[in-house]
Ligand binder design. Structure first.
Ligand code: GLP
Length: 255
């Protein structure tokens, strides 16, 4: 496969708080420019500080989410939306119950048979398309190099689908689920291709535990072995890091 390798912007903030401010500023600017913006959102601990700032700005009257549509990247499978472990519950708790967003969607983790899951994934893709596509996609990165739940081996043209979680990903989620065996083995995730169709991408990472995979994604080859490396083929992508996450990048750019 041939692709154009771009040189996305790397922003290194001094610490997590500043990192979140910078990312929240980008999202706020997008919403101010386009009150009907379509946002792609991520779960995990990394974006929590960003959501906190967006909630504050909404509460201060600086942001209005009433025209905004949000699509989340992924959901565990099988997973009931009302489960406290669901990403649906996570987004409700940390963002949507605090703001006035009227339309937010999370992939369906409870569709039954493989055919039903495939159908609900096709519908999710159609919903994104019908909304006009994603203007700004926020991504975290897993320690396997996953974006969404696209684990190593995910091709760059993959679409929303049922995926298997890597053991490392399940280990990282074990504490939240009360043990490794309680973590679902599968998930429903937007594909790498779905993500790369967003008009703008922000990949954020924080902390020393992410330094090695950030280096692999940004300084190594672009490869399906590190799905986040595909982001470097996107014409309008930026990597937002704190100093710890940036500590192994070969050349550490400064703010
Ligand atoms: C989960 C999510 C990813 C997220 C990753 C990193 O696996 N599906 O979208 O990027 O966790 O999580 P954290 O930000 O907690 O390190």
């Amino acid at each position: 496969m041939t692709f154009q390798l771009n040189t996305p912007i790397v922003v290194v903030a001094p610490d997590y708080a500043h990192l979140c401010e910078r990312v929240a500023d980008q999202i706020s600017a997008q919403m101010q420019a386009r009150p009907n913006a379509v946002l792609g959102l991520a779960t995990g601990s990394t974006p929590l500080g960003v959501y906190e700032i967006l909630v504050q700005r909404y509460q201060n009257g600086e942001l209005d989410f009433s025209g905004v549509t949000c699509f989340n990247l992924d959901e565990y499978y099988p997973m009931l939306p009302e489960s406290p472990h669901s990403y649906q519950a996570f987004m409700q708790e940390h963002l949507f119950r605090h703001i006035n967003c009227r339309r937010w969607l999370v992939p369906d983790g409870q569709a039954g048979s493989p055919a039903q899951v495939a159908q609900s994934c096709r519908e999710y893709e159609t919903q994104i398309k019908d909304a006009g596509g994603i203007d700004l996609q926020l991504l975290g990165i897993g320690r396997t190099g996953h974006i969404g739940f696209n684990e190593p081996g995910s091709p760059p043209d993959s679409r929303s689908r049922l995926v298997s979680l890597a053991p490392q990903t399940r280990e990282d989620a074990a504490e939240a689920f009360g043990g490794f065996d309680a973590v679902p083995q599968q998930a429903v995730s937007m594909g790498v291709g779905t993500i790369l169709e967003a008009r703008e991408i922000i990949l954020m990472a924080s902390g020393a535990a992410k330094a090695e995979i950030v280096r692999g994604a940004w300084s190594g080859e672009v490869t399906g072995r590190v799905p986040a490396s595909w982001v470097r083929t996107h014409p309008n992508a930026a990597l937002y890091l704190d100093q710890d996450a940036a500590s192994r990048l070969e050349e550490t750019p400064q703010e």
